[in-house]
Design a protein around this ligand. Structure first.
Ligand SMILES: [Zn+2]
Length: 191
């Protein structure tokens, strides 16, 4: 639990660092603490930060995240994007099949369980009548992605609100629940 999420002045995740380095940055006035460990104190007036934000914006070169199975499954919360199952037999599905010109790109690949992948076959989701939980997208940034991996693994929960695009594993189900609640609310308020 000794790691600290470093945000740029714009609140974008920039880096993950040790608590010692984070404390030095805060003491030097280069960063401010946004979230703190409620238990560990560095000094009487300083709690150990868990999220800090740089006071000055730094420009970082864009580092695209490599498209690998591991990164893809992580982007999709290790769940089939068609049926929502968290099976360990996950596969890579090309939304527009490769045989029909679909590329190996972040916006054309998604996570599918084997049975959904076989069922979909050589068709688009539309042709197969299978809806995607989320349209495939390129993950935002390397540091943000790494931070989301740590949050998902159950550590550093207080980082979650600073990690854009992070959704809990059960997000597709929750969304349905929320939609149902919304419909119920709309129905009750219109009558
Ligand atoms: Zn499936």
């Amino acid at each position: 639990m000794g790691q600290v999420l470093v945000l740029n002045a714009s609140y974008e995740p920039l880096n993950i660092t040790s608590w010692r380095r984070a404390v030095v940055m805060v003491l030097k006035g280069k960063a401010e603490g946004l979230e703190h460990d409620g238990v560990r104190r560095i000094r009487a007036d300083l709690m150990q930060p868990t999220v800090i934000r740089l006071r000055q914006f730094v420009r970082v070169p864009y580092r695209p995240l490599p498209l690998t199975r591991r990164n893809l499954f992580q982007r999709d919360g290790h769940r089939c994007q068609y049926c929502g199952t968290g099976s360990d037999r996950l596969s890579v599905d090309h939304v527009l099949p490769r045989s029909r010109g679909g590329g190996d790109t972040w916006d054309n690949v998604t996570t599918a369980c084997l049975s959904c992948n076989v069922r979909k076959g050589n068709r688009t989701p539309r042709e197969a009548g299978m809806a995607l939980a989320r349209p495939p997208h390129r993950p935002l940034s390397g540091p943000g992605f790494e931070a989301s991996r740590l949050v998902r693994s159950g550590h550093y929960r207080e980082w979650a609100k600073y990690v854009i695009g992070l959704e809990p594993l059960e997000a597709p189900l929750r969304r349905v629940e929320r939609a149902d609640q919304l419909l119920a609310w709309a129905a009750s308020s219109s009558s």
